[in-house]
Write a protein that binds this ligand. Structure first.
Ligand code: PMP
Length: 411
């Protein structure tokens, strides 16, 4: 049988780099969180072990060295996303905290009647902070609809822009459907009405080359744990001139210039937004993850995952009663349903065959309403997956349809 270009997967499995993948299971839940390569685990262990000390405060050599590594990690992140300078990189707990920070800090300048434009496919973390801001200030939230194949409808989004629109906040890659937004086009349209663009890059950062300047974003957020790095660490990137004008939202150590009981002055960004002792080892682990990902190359990763999704679409598409959601060229993520079978049952039966997928609303309940389903089953791919994982997924799905076909016949 001939293998088409669409299903050809680059040679060489990387499973051996990932201790979490031992035990012959097909891990297809990377969109929830990625497994960690040994180099990342080693970097974290070293940071907590032989290298451990605090940052920014110590006068002793160990602390100075740790501070250097911590700030070198900021440079790694800046290079990775093509930021103009490391000072634009704020370390936060994750994408969720990054979006909340923008809503709570930059959001203070919004007044009743100002508008924030989201899309129908957003993760709850890019919906709820704006609703909380709405409750505090009386802003309005607009929602751009989707195309039939589950992408943000950019024409419709542009039609919703008004002079009162102050911010457009959208996912670069949908965590449910995998569609890639045309962020450069959306940035141009937002800027034309004087609005800013916040991009939720949680799924994109591990799948696409990110150039925050080329895309014209104003804020970009992502989480370390979806990028083969640690939990508890993420990035808020913001344009320097914007961060400069933003008030802090947490007060404490490390974010100040001088403190008296009469008045306190704040440090410049990024320190202004990093109150307290930071997640030192996690920052260093994140830099190790970025080094690992860059050693493979984002273009190679994207090609690899696109090929796996194409193979999965082809294999599942042949199975009667399977519905596939999302665009044909989705980036590493494939949501699907089986007629008459709840996604949780699909997940449970697949688990019996050693195939781990996610079943649920994926923190995107408004999108489930658009799709007209309470939940989907979702297979998501990473740099360690291969065609064997796709074959196991397809075999598992066939088993699900047999089991439920049999149940139906028995009734
Ligand atoms: N946005 C998207 C698109 C996501 O996929 C996720 C994680 N599922 C988040 C935001 C939130 O990320 P975290 O939970 O790491 O803060």
């Amino acid at each position: 049988e001939q293998t088409s270009d669409a299903t050809r997967v680059p040679e060489g499995s990387r499973k051996a780099d990932f201790p979490g993948l031992a035990g012959n299971w097909a891990y297809l839940d990377t969109a929830a969180t990625a497994q960690k390569p040994q180099v990342v685990i080693d970097a974290i262990a070293r940071a907590y072990g032989a290298d451990y000390a605090t940052v920014h405060r110590g006068v002793y050599e160990r602390s100075a060295t740790m501070t250097m590594r911590y700030e070198a990690a900021r440079e790694t992140v800046a290079r990775f996303i093509h930021a103009a300078s490391p000072g634009e990189v704020v370390f936060v707990r994750g994408a969720t905290e990054g979006i909340n920070l923008v809503a709570q800090s930059w959001g203070q300048r919004l007044v009743a009647g100002d508008r924030v434009l989201l899309s129908a496919l957003e993760h709850h973390s890019n919906i709820v902070p704006w609703q909380m801001l709405r409750d505090r200030t009386g802003i309005e939230i607009d929602v751009a609809p989707l195309t039939d194949d589950g992408r943000i409808d950019e024409d419709a989004l542009e039609a919703l822009l008004t002079p009162r629109t102050k911010l457009v906040a959208i996912a670069h890659v949908s965590n449910v459907l995998g569609g890639v937004a045309d962020v450069a086009r959306i940035a141009r349209a937002a800027h034309a009405v004087g609005a800013l663009l916040l991009v939720d890059g949680c799924q994109a950062a591990a799948r696409l080359t990110i150039d925050v300047q080329a895309m014209g974003a104003d804020f970009y957020v992502f989480s370390g744990h979806k990028l083969y790095g640690p939990t508890g660490i993420g990035v808020l990137w913001g344009r320097a001139d914007l961060l400069d004008t933003m008030p802090p939202v947490q007060g404490g150590g490390a974010m100040i210039e001088t403190v008296t009981f009469a008045a306190t002055t704040y440090a410049s960004p990024p320190q202004r937004f990093e109150a307290g002792t930071p997640a030192i080892a996690e920052v260093i682990g994140l830099a190790a993850a970025i080094d690992y990902v860059e050693s493979i190359g984002l273009d190679a990763i994207h090609a690899h995952e696109t090929a796996l999704v194409a193979a999965a679409r082809a294999a599942l598409g042949r199975i009667n009663s399977v519905t596939l959601f999302g665009p044909q060229d989705s980036a590493g993520i494939l949501s699907f349903a089986i007629r008459g079978v709840h996604p949780h049952d699909i997940g449970t039966i697949l688990d019996e065959s050693g195939v781990a997928i996610r079943a649920g609303h994926h923190c995107a309940q408004p999108l489930m309403a658009v799709l007209g389903v309470p939940a989907t089953a979702r297979a998501s791919f990473g740099i360690y997956n291969d065609l064997d994982d796709v074959a196991r997924l397809a075999a598992g799905i066939e088993r699900v349809t047999r089991i439920f076909g049999a149940v139906t016949a028995d009734i």
